[in-house]
Design a protein around this ligand. Sequence first.
Ligand code: TYD
Length: 136
Amino acid sequence: MMNYSIIQIPSISSETGCLFVLEKQERLPFEIKRVYYITNVKNDAQRGNHAHKQLKQLMICLGGSCDIVLDNGVSRTTITLDMPGKILYIQPCLWREIKNFTENATLMVFASEEYDENDYIRDYEEFKKHVGQGII
Ligand code: TYD
């Protein structure tokens, strides 16, 4: 099982532009304790390269686009974030690699917990062991 979902939100659009709302319930599946955003990423750079033990995150590419590769220790899938109404909800224990940033991309992340380096798994083999697939 791949512990993620795509939350598609409608825009409130007029000739003056588009507005997107995230409110409680299905669009905000956890209480947000932290917000960060990533910009200025070189097209050939790869970020992420880790999993989280407990953290839940919502990711939105506000402008431009980027690819999120998700890996549950068995299989991989790639999600392209290229619209402000397309939100990726990542639950714990998924390895992620973030790449193919366009020049103008801004990736915004809402997180369920404050920053805690102890919640990270930054070694892929350790991740495989953590999810119980690494023992031959
Ligand atoms: P990291 O989570 O590895 O970034 P990415 O997944 O985008 O590649 O974090 C990069 C650095 O920033 C690392 O030294 C930890 C620091 N950091 C914070 O101090 N606070 C935060 O909320 C985040 C997300 C990272």
